[in-house]
Ligand binder design. Structure first.
Ligand SMILES: *Cc1c(COP(=O)(O)O)cnc(C)c1O
Length: 377
């Protein structure tokens, strides 16, 4: 079965006479429960919810996972993964330029608990040289915001040879764009706030596992920490999932067109998109990704140029996050924390017509005063 079909079947698995194709959300803090609770599938709202179960089953199908646990946000999923796998004295190998909040949670809270954090760049599979004695290898590919790429299969094999577990933060490609578990990872983690749900209206996250005993531990963590998602959010996510293939296909195609357009502009330097043959990780990306995703990063000459460019967009709106059906961009350095130049822009390409988007980018770039312009002397 091809992915587009698999997705629709995963989203609507139970078709039955006079039943809705997608049952509505179940709102319940408690359930009628008599006698021994052991055999009851649903008892209390923090433990489980049928709307979660339906979404988790759909995601498991797409991730090729044995089990999936949905969380209130991507960071709740990150915290759960680190929390169940690590204890004091363990070595964690992280990407040095990966997602900011994951890096700071590991280097702050978990380092304070006694976890030893080693960092190395994603590009060039540099984390491989730091695996000795490691408990957990954390990969993120392509990285947010720099879109660096590493080889999941190669690094998973090297980590397993050292006895380490492997997690991939799979947020930028989504479970349809890349399947880390099939490439050897033990965990595939995602912020479903982004392309997975794609409508800029909820925060959500998940972890998918190959080994169900890890699934049990993550579920226990969610129950004990209370990092539970609302049923309405999960239902919206499930509904949005139905269009993931259509969105990802269009957004990746548009992003490819825009990356090529930007690469040819004299004001723009260092266009990063894993789908560009000039990207240093392109060969790896083309092997392990089915879609290159909606995010394109590039650099303008400096802070003022980037700010002027962003203020001129008529279709490209300034906002953080990525993956929505509408195009957004931001000057990443405005937040601090990422080692990116002042003129660095992360753009998330939406589902608009590519010609209209290119025309909008052209008019924004054309208006940059020439003395502010060229980065390529
Ligand atoms: C956004 C993001 C997260 C965190 O997800 P939230 O839903 O914002 O909590 C984690 N990893 C990556 C790569 C992200 O882009």
């Amino acid at each position: 079965m091809k992915d587009a079909t698999r997705l629709i079947r995963a989203v609507f698995p139970d078709v039955a006479q006079s039943k809705p194709f997608l049952p509505g959300p179940t709102f319940a803090a408690t359930y009628h429960l008599t006698g021994d609770p052991g055999s009851a599938p649903y008892t209390y709202g923090r433990f489980h919810n049928p709307t979660w179960t339906a979404y988790e089953n759909a995601i498991s199908d797409l991730e090729r996972a044995s089990s999936t646990i949905v969380f209130a946000s991507g960071m709740a999923a990150v915290a759960a993964l680190l929390g169940v796998t690590l204890k004091s004295g363990d070595v964690l190998v992280m990407p040095s330029e990966g997602y900011y909040s994951a890096r700071t949670l590991a280097g702050g809270f978990f380092a304070n608990l006694g976890v030893k954090v080693r960092t190395a760049p994603t590009a060039g599979n540099a984390q491989r040289a730091h695996l000795h004695g490691a408990r957990l290898l954390w990969l993120e590919t392509p990285t947010n915001p720099g879109l660096d790429v590493c080889d999941i299969a190669l690094l998973a094999e090297a980590a397993h040879a050292e006895g380490a577990l492997v997690v991939v933060d799979n947020t930028t490609p989504s479970c349809l764009g890349q399947q880390p578990l099939s490439l050897g990872a033990d965990f595939s983690l995602s912020s479903d706030t982004k392309i997975t749900t794609g409508h800029s209206d909820i925060t959500l996250g998940h972890v998918s596992v190959r080994d169900t005993s890890w699934g049990d531990q993550l579920r226990t963590w969610r129950t004990q920490m209370g990092s539970t998602p609302g049923p309405m959010e999960v239902w919206l996510a499930h509904r949005s999932l139905a269009t993931l293939e259509v969105r990802l296909e269009r957004q990746s195609r548009n992003a490819g067109v825009i990356a090529e357009f930007l690469a040819a502009r004299p004001e723009v330097r260092d266009v990063r998109y894993p789908g560009l043959s000039s990207h240093p990780g392109h060969a790896i990306a083309s092997r392990q990704m089915k879609f290159y995703g909606p995010v394109v990063s590039f650099e303008l000459a400096g802070r003022d140029e980037a700010q002027q460019f962003l203020s001129r967009g008529e279709l490209v709106f300034e906002a953080t996050s990525f993956g929505g059906v509408h195009t957004t961009a931001e000057r990443r350095a405005r937040w601090g924390g990422d080692a990116v130049p002042e003129g660095f822009i992360r753009m998330s390409v939406g589902c608009e017509d590519a010609d209209d988007l290119v025309a909008d980018l052209r008019q924004s770039l054309d208006k940059l005063p020439p003395h502010l312009g060229p980065g390529k002397e």
